[in-house]
Design a protein around this ligand. Structure first.
Ligand code: DC
Length: 214
């Protein structure tokens, strides 16, 4: 069984997918972590994030794995190193490159082959798992998403800057030539703006449990 969720940054995809995976006893795949890990490798090796060919090279050399639910890059647990403002911004740009996307998608397929999974990102329902049994698009107003991000770490930057970055990343995500953020015709649309985490999880679980597809 494959459950695929797409949506912009800050809609709660990761928290919902993690909880639903636990509840159903299936594998949780966070596709954004792969782009974040490529970015970490690029920055660590002093590569210019605007140099497409060098970024592709870094993606091709990277060894991505998930061990006990923790993201590993080249054998190192980097789960706690993937969420910095520098990686947020550069991952958005590096993930535009179709060749980087092809490398990431190949590894995602290898890691999840034959597993029951819940995968979340920007192109899970459209490109990576177009045949997923369950597809969702999560959405929320930019101001609500920025407030959630700001509340997670109020010291990091002012709310206005968080909002401006969310708007910039939305623009980049929606205009990628390959794997751009789109609502597929067969996805269930959920606006999470005024729903709690539990309420969103319940919606996903209800759709899965009430279906004859499982
Ligand atoms: O979901 P996230 O914010 O952790 O994703 C990190 C970056 O990777 C973000 O800029 C969007 C990009 N991304 C993507 O292009 N395709 C995906 N399937 C997942 C994430």
């Amino acid at each position: 069984m494959i459950i695929a969720i797409d949506g912009p940054a800050g809609v709660g995809k990761s928290s919902v997918a993690k909880n639903v995976a636990k509840e159903l006893g299936i594998y949780y795949l966070n596709s954004g972590n792969f782009y974040r890990a490529v970015t970490l490798r690029v920055l660590r090796n002093g590569v210019d994030p605007a140099d497409n060919a060098k970024c592709e090279e870094q993606a091709a050399l990277a060894d991505f794995d998930v061990v006990n639910g923790r993201f590993c890059l080249d054998g190192e647990d980097v789960e706690d190193k993937l969420h910095t403002p520098e990686i947020d911004l550069n991952a958005s740009r590096i993930s535009v490159n179709p060749n980087v996307r092809a490398i990431v998608n190949k590894r995602i397929h290898e890691l999840t082959e034959k597993l029951s999974i819940i995968a979340e990102g920007r192109d899970m329902t459209t490109v990576v798992f177009p045949d997923a049994e369950f597809k969702f698009f999560f959405d929320a107003k930019p101001e609500v998403r920025a407030k959630r991000r700001f509340d997670q770490n109020p010291e990091a930057m002012p709310y206005e800057q968080v909002l401006a970055e969310i708007i910039e990343r939305d623009h980049i995500d929606r205009n990628k030539p390959v794997g751009g953020l789109k609502i597929s015709a067969d996805s269930a649309y959920i606006d999470t703006s005024y729903l709690t985490l539990n309420e969103v999880c319940e919606k996903v679980l209800k759709a899965v449990r009430s279906s004859s597809k499982v």
